[in-house]
Design a protein around this ligand. Structure first.
Ligand code: SF4
Length: 361
């Protein structure tokens, strides 16, 4: 048994040395750069992260540069990557590191003390940066582990997670945690795919219980998914005489904390939304006659949302927010609101052929 375990590890590492992905953060030993990559990779695919990672490091090549940058600049570089709390936490953590003399954590426990670092990221950083024997059990590793070990319990349950982690720890070659974790990550990302795993190309197929028993598609076992709720938001598109639109800055928390958006609220109708929009902007407003609303739908991890933008006119002086050119706001704007600005700058909502008018705006 011990021999089969060690040969599994050897097979995996030798496959990785030939087939591992060439990713920019794997070419460095700089803890700062690796930390940035691990935060960007949370919930995000490597191909999406690469250009953001490169731009970010160009703008902030050191932890000191990041700590000194204004949050708005950090958020602008993060724009489009989503989960903006990651950027806010990175910024806070950079300040914390600089306050402590610019020294990076030495193990998983110390990594976890930084804002925005949970057990998975702490384990990944401890393994890759510090060479600590740890397993970074993300969705990829859980899937590979569940199939490899023929785990039939619900894969996200703490007991099953612990079991898979223990099995991987038994296989981990001491002192090579970084390579071992990255090999498993790559196997999960390129071979042991969530659907249609490529078992015929898998270096571990002779060790794999799911493959031997034809259970690849049934494992990992997941808890039944709850139906994703749907939310409706109404945004006011307030325009000044120079054609600029009003954006407001979101408070420094929540999914878009620190970003700029059209004034918007969760509501099902203009009548319900208007008083709240007036409170946000500090102005009275009325709908623009003859202009259509425009809706887009956006999918978040835990819900979907429809944003309906309604052209409106301020009838008193606007007290809060900033007027920007919709085609070039020069502020960090989250994707759904950027889409609304782009739609508007393409000719106003009335001119957009696919604009969807909600039944009860
Ligand atoms: S043999 Fe198939 S199911 Fe098993 S680890 Fe490889 S790709 Fe995944």
């Amino acid at each position: 048994m011990a021999r089969s375990k060690s040969s599994l590890t050897q097979v995996l590492l030798s496959w990785y040395s030939q087939n591992g992905r060439q990713l920019p953060w794997r070419k460095t030993k700089d803890p700062y750069a690796i930390w940035i990559s691990e935060i960007m990779l949370q919930q995000t695919r490597a191909e999406v992260v690469i250009p953001y990672y490169e731009r970010f490091l160009q703008a902030f090549p050191t932890v000191q540069a990041l700590a000194q940058a204004p949050l708005d600049t950090v958020l602008r570089l993060w724009e489009g990557l989503g989960y903006y709390s990651r950027a806010r936490n990175l910024h806070r953590a950079a300040k914390q590191i600089v306050r402590h003399g610019g020294t990076f954590p030495r193990d998983a426990k110390e990594w976890k003390e930084l804002p925005g670092i949970g057990p998975y990221t702490a384990a990944a950083l401890a393994a890759i940066v510090n060479g600590q024997d740890a397993i970074a059990l993300d969705a990829n590793l859980l899937r590979v582990g569940a199939r490899l070990f023929g785990e039939r319990g619900i894969v996200t349950s703490p007991v099953v997670r612990k079991r898979i982690e223990r099995r991987f720890l038994e296989l981990l070659p001491p002192g090579k945690a970084g390579t071992f974790n990255q090999a498993l990550m790559d196997l999960g990302a390129t071979v042991c795919l969530p659907r249609n795993p490529r078992c015929e190309a898998c270096p571990l197929r002779r060790f794999c219980v799911a493959q031997a028993t034809g259970q690849q598609e049934k494992i990992p076992v997941r808890a039944r998914r709850r139906v994703r709720p749907h939310k409706q938001f109404i945004a006011a598109v307030l325009q000044d005489e120079r054609g600029r639109l009003l954006l407001v800055r979101q408070a420094d928390r929540g999914i878009w904390g620190g970003l700029w958006t059209l004034p918007y609220v969760e509501a099902r109708s203009w009548r319900e939304a208007r008083p709240k929009l007036e409170a946000i902007t500090g102005t009275r407003m009325k709908r623009t006659a003859g202009r259509s609303p425009y809706s887009i739908t956006h999918t978040f991890t835990h819900f979907t949302a429809t944003y309906t933008a309604i052209p409106a006119i301020p009838t008193t002086r606007v007290r809060h927010g900033r007027w920007v050119r919709p085609e070039q706001p020069n502020l960090a704007v989250p994707v759904p609101h950027r889409k609304l600005l782009q739609a508007f700058s393409r000719g106003g909502f009335g001119a957009i052929p696919h604009a969807r008018t909600p039944s009860n705006p």
